[in-house]
Design a protein. Structure first.
Lengths: 713, 64
């Protein structure tokens, strides 16, 4: 048979590799800054742009979408061309994808420090950027499906299935979770409210982990690990089961982020059951990866590429066992809201994603530039620094998480909380935060080393921009029939894509539809009223400053939490209290106390002083100061737009209320200003601090209004 | 509480049964396929990443 000469595009892979390394360094440096801020609040620099609440989403977005995202594209573009024996469908689309993605990252790097955020974790970017993400993602998918259709292999290798599932699912997740109503150019309100918003957000959040951080990297593992070990995958049969069971089950697991919250019990239980089931496919995949090295273990001793990959796959195994265990309600009761979760995600992020990326790059760069690696010694040193970094990062946080949680729950023999002051539980874990930052620093230094090593390697060779290959043209496809239905499927990419789509839709629909449609899932409380215009402005400031990064608004139904957060009222959080919360602000981490029952707890003047200098009001506090709230004024022109947008979403503001809103706002602000005046504190009625105080004083107070009549209870 | 919510949906009892049957059948079929699949085909597929260039390896796209 005549062989065709084709050329694989390495230039686009190079571009994604460079972007990965640059954004890896940037994202991790920002992470290190955030880690240091947690024990030296002075590193918040008293500036809005560098305060923890704005830096934290910058870090998570940078490492997830810029570092891991670019690496994913590098791996996909390299492996897909070779597995399908064709150049990418369109070089033009490849470059639109590349530059589009980098522009989105740039937009994120500008808007997040400026405080433009939806506050929904890993989906913080505002609506115009959401639209850009959708467009660029479609370009990526178009290019990918086009390439698959032009393939010279009849059957798609398992890595390609994982790439298809990634494309389809991320598209669905992003679109559904980003339904929001624009208020201004860079401000929007989530379409969903309260419990429903929480369910959609964590369906998205968990599956972002599944389909952005896991499935593409499983595809990468199934390609690059056999390449590096120079032997085929241990069991191709296992990989087929791995794929289908993983995508079927993963999509259901989201509600495990909301255990003991106001989410209906049945949805919580579904999340738990499917999370536990996830152990099977995850470990199947891990074992498949590790066993691929059978007979090559001696090489793991020398080869840095294999070392990185072995630890990556092991970290995947650890994180995917830990995840289901954390989903058990009794374990979750201890771990949720603590640093244990932070440790868990970093075992996944630093270990699984990071190490797989490093292994892949140490393998790729010498091949693409046609030289050997500049220094294996340096690569090995990177491996050890990285491994130590992960250990120093995770272990202290495990201790800190468990310790703090037990302190939150500790009662003394008289039946009172042993550590009544939340701050006491924070200051105890400071040494562990320092150790964690050391771990992060070790890991980051390894990345610098890799950057140096890869640059030296590249300069020693020359990029093989268009790599030549001799391939056989695809013969007329003869579809096998009968018992080989899956084999047929492997040769029909469009049908395969549709089936993956159906598989991931089922879980989402079954969990969401009842929560949305059945009113009794969210019992309404007659006393819960929409926010006043001033409180609305305050809430938007709360969102802008990223308060949700450190403060939850969800008192779980535990005696220890009710006693800590609402000792007088004794009320845990009810789903009906959040019906006007667009978006929900339940939070996922308590670096500071829960705020859902904060309203009325302290005087206005306390909040004023506290926001100005938290460390002076609560000695030892790690909260950043917010001096700019005292100088900046709220935009009264925006009030009407906010009210109208929320009314569209179903918040019952009377028709025409926009006209009167600012007058009401002034009245409420004047009361707060008068309160402050009594303690000789000065503020203008339109200052941001006054709006924020109004919101904080409102939090969780509706339920305390006398004569509560619960309907549908 | 959740029981009463679910009961309010028409013919709810059939939903979990249908879902279970679909899941169960799919995975049975999958297992059946995996265990009975042609050995040579599985071998060829698992070696796909190691064959980037056809000039030095056997042809792969013959009907299997």
């Amino acid at each position: 048979m005549e062989l065709e000469k084709i050329y694989y595009d390495n230039k686009i892979v190079k571009a994604f590799i460079i972007a990965t390394v640059i954004f890896g360094i940037v994202g991790m440096t920002v992470g290190l800054l955030a880690a240091i801020q947690l024990f030296y609040p002075i590193f918040n620099f008293d500036l809005p742009y560098t305060s923890f609440g704005r830096i934290r989403p910058l870090h998570t977005n940078a490492v997830i979408f810029a570092f891991v995202g670019n690496a994913m594209f590098a791996g996909v573009y390299y492996s897909m061309q070779r597995l399908l024996k064709t150049r990418m469908f369109s070089d033009g689309l490849s470059w639109i994808h590349f530059w589009g993605w980098q522009l989105i990252i740039l937009a994120a790097a500008i808007t997040l420090p400026l405080g433009f955020t939806t506050s929904k974790e890993y989906a913080e970017l505002e609506w115009p950027i959401d639209i850009a993400i959708t467009v660029v993602w479609v370009v990526f998918g178009w290019n990918m499906i086009g390439t698959i259709l032009r393939r010279r292999e009849q059957h798609m290798y398992v890595a390609i299935w994982f790439y298809i599932a990634t494309f389809v699912t991320v598209a669905v997740l992003h679109v559904v979770n980003s339904f929001e109503i624009p208020v201004t150019f860079l401000k929007s309100y989530s379409w969903y409210a309260g419990v429903q918003d929480a369910l959609v957000q964590w369906w998205y959040g968990h599956n972002a982990v599944a389909f952005f951080l896991t499935t593409p990297f499983l595809g990468i593992m199934y390609y690059f690990l056999p390449k590096a070990a120079d032997r085929p995958v241990y069991s191709y049969r296992l990989s087929i089961i791995h794929f289908w069971s993983l995508i079927f089950i993963y999509i259901w697991a989201g509600p495990h982020h909301l255990l003991y919250t106001s989410l209906p019990d049945w949805a919580q239980s579904l999340g738990v059951v499917f999370s536990v089931m996830l152990i099977a496919p995850s470990w199947g995949g891990m074992l498949n990866g590790l066993f691929t090295l059978r007979g090559a273990w001696d090489r793991v001793r020398e080869d840095a590429v294999l070392k990185f990959m072995v630890v990556a796959v092991t970290a995947y195994g650890m994180a995917t066992l830990e995840g289901p265990l954390l989903s058990l309600k009794n374990v979750n009761a201890i771990a949720h809201f603590t640093d244990w979760i932070v440790a868990h995600v970093h075992v996944g992020g630093l270990g699984w994603n990071g190490f797989l990326i490093f292994g892949m790059f140490y393998w790729l760069v010498p091949r693409m530039w046609g030289v050997s690696l500049y220094s294996s010694k340096l690569a090995n040193l990177h491996f050890w620094l990285g491994t130590l970094g992960i250990i120093f990062y995770a272990l202290p946080l495990y201790v800190a998480g468990v310790m703090q949680s037990l302190m939150w729950k500790q009662f003394n023999p008289d039946g009172f909380l042993a550590y009544q002051n939340f701050l006491e539980t924070s200051t105890r874990i400071m040494p562990f935060y320092v150790l964690r930052a050391v771990g992060g620093l070790l890991y980051l230094s390894g990345v610098f080393m890799m950057a140096y090593n890869l640059i030296k390697t590249a300069y020693a060779g020359k990029l093989i921009a268009n790599e030549e290959a001799q391939v056989a043209p695809l013969m007329k496809v003869v579809h096998p029939t009968g018992g080989y239905w899956h084999r047929v499927l492997e040769s029909k990419p469009v049908l395969f894509t549709v089936l993956s789509f159906v598989a991931i839709l089922i879980g989402g629909i079954i969990e969401m539809v009842p929560t949305f449609l059945i009113k009794s899932n969210v019992p309404t409380l007659a006393t819960v009223k929409p926010y006043t215009p001033l409180e609305l402005h305050g809430r938007d400031i709360y969102i802008r400053e990223g308060c949700v990064s450190c403060h939850s608004q969800m008192v779980r139904p535990f005696r220890s939490e009710v006693q800590r957060y609402d000792p007088q009222g004794g009320e845990y959080s009810k789903s009906g209290e959040y019906v006007y919360d667009h978006p929900f602000l339940w939070g996922s981490k308590r670096s500071g106390p829960d705020l859902h029952r904060l309203g009325g707890k302290y005087a206005d003047s306390w909040h004023y002083r506290h926001m100005y200098a938290p460390g002076e009001v609560s000695v030892g506090s790690i909260m950043p100061a917010y001096p700019w709230l005292f100088d900046q004024a709220i935009d009264l022109n925006a009030t009407a737009g906010k009210i109208a947008a929320l009314r569209t979403l179903g918040v019952p503001y009377p028709q025409g209320y926009e006209e009167q809103a600012n007058a009401d706002l002034e009245k409420q602000a004047a009361r707060i200003v008068a309160n402050l005046k009594m303690e000789e504190l000065n503020a203008t009625t339109d200052s941001e601090i006054v709006a924020l105080i109004a919101y904080l004083q409102r939090l969780g107070t509706d339920i305390k209004v006398k004569d509560i009549t619960a309907t549908n209870q | 509480m959740y029981k009463s919510i679910l009961q309010s949906i028409d013919n709810i009892a059939i939903w979990p049964v249908i879902s279970f049957v679909i899941f169960f059948l799919f995975f049975c079929l999958l297992l059946w396929y995996v265990f009975t699949a042609d050995k040579q085909f599985i071998k060829t597929m698992s070696e796909q990443p190691l064959r980037e260039d056809d000039s030095s390896t056997p042809q792969t796209n013959q009907p299997l």
